[in-house]
Design a binder for this molecule. Structure first.
Ligand code: C2E
Ligand code: MG
Ligand code: MG
Ligand code: MG
Length: 278
């Protein structure tokens, strides 16, 4: 019995420690945001044309240079920011900084991820459009990436926010497509411009007939609805070949490039221009 109790004490001490660590990270995130996001950085991943491999856009992906914990990927802190409602502030920070970068890349579409939680506070579209205006970026250079859960959670009001954004030229992409519930119906209700096929379907292309069939079907459905289709997580030449063959519009993945600092994108654009001129 005593041993069981010791174990319980050890267990709850561990829980305490984990909770304290979580609280600390929350506080640190709030603090870095309050200081203008000093330790936050955006990396950008190219999205290239399926046809000729030209860069058509980039996706902004958030990183945190944490003073104690090192370079953190979103998986380590976005969930936490969602639980504490810090995420709306975080998404606005990302949009503002992505806009500043977008001004330097007039030929590219810049995509930012917007958490479903950001839709919970009323007036999201107005807030985002105001940031674009303040940063002097044309809304038609900006794309927002949302997931299907947005409609699940917020229903009609989310649909209205999206309509408002689209009426001003902002493009809307449905991220991680195929992993949520009743995707097909939602695709009809959500007015979007683009679907991004989740990488769990892209990675097994050519290995399992099932996932290849799903990718085929998504591209066909997307095109039938007049949408652009992007494939995420493209890592091999074979995947790229197949996606090109079925007419997938854009691809994104380590095969072309992972997320990189903005200077690296600028260099890619210069190289591309030189190749074009040669
Ligand atoms: P996502 O929007 O689906 O972004 C794509 C993720 O896949 C990125 O991970 C990217 O680094 C990774 N990836 C890209 N190409 C490949 C590939 O070929 N193979 C593999 N295995 N992975 C690839 P990351 O940067 O860790 O971001 C994870 C998620 O965090 C994102 O998924 C997005 O949902 C979220 N996130 C990132 N930045 C933000 C942000 O600013 N705001 C919000 N709310 N969420 C963000
Ligand atoms: Mg995304
Ligand atoms: Mg995705
Ligand atoms: Mg994702």
């Amino acid at each position: 019995k005593r041993e069981g109790r010791d174990r319980f004490v050890a267990f709850s001490q561990e829980m305490d420690a984990a909770l304290r660590a979580r609280h600390l990270i929350e506080e640190e995130l709030a603090a870095t945001l309050a200081r203008g996001g000093r330790d936050l950085v955006l990396h950008y991943q190219p999205q290239v044309s399926g046809r000729d491999g030209e860069i058509c856009g980039v996706e902004a992906l958030l990183r945190w240079r944490h003073p104690r914990l090192g370079f953190l990927l979103p998986g380590a802190f976005i969930g936490l920011a969602e639980d504490t409602r810090l995420v709306a502030k975080l998404d606005e920070w990302v949009l503002r900084h992505a806009c500043r970068q977008a001004r330097k890349w007039p030929e590219l579409t810049v995509a930012v991820n917007i958490s479903p939680c950001s839709f919970e506070r009323h007036g999201l579209a107005g807030r985002l459009l105001r940031i674009m205006r303040e940063e002097r970026v044309n809304p038609n250079q900006i794309e927002i990436e949302i997931t299907e859960s947005v409609l699940l959670k917020e229903g009609k009001s989310a649909a209205e926010e999206l309509l408002h954004l689209r009426s001003q030229g902002v493009r809307v992409a449905l991220d991680d497509f195929g992993t949520g519930y009743s995707s097909l119906n939602r695709l009809r209700m959500l007015k979007v411009d683009k679907v991004k096929i989740d990488r769990s379907f892209v990675q097994p292309i050519g290995e399992t007939a099932d996932s290849t069939a799903i990718v085929d079907a998504i591209v066909e459905l997307g095109h039938a609805l007049g949408l652009l289709v992007t494939a995420e997580g493209v890592e091999t030449e074979r995947q790229r070949e197949y996606l090109r063959f079925i007419g997938c519009d854009e691809i994104q993945g380590f095969l072309f490039s992972g997320p990189v600092p903005p200077e690296a994108i600028s260099e890619m654009l210069i190289e591309e221009r030189q190749r074009g001129a040669a």
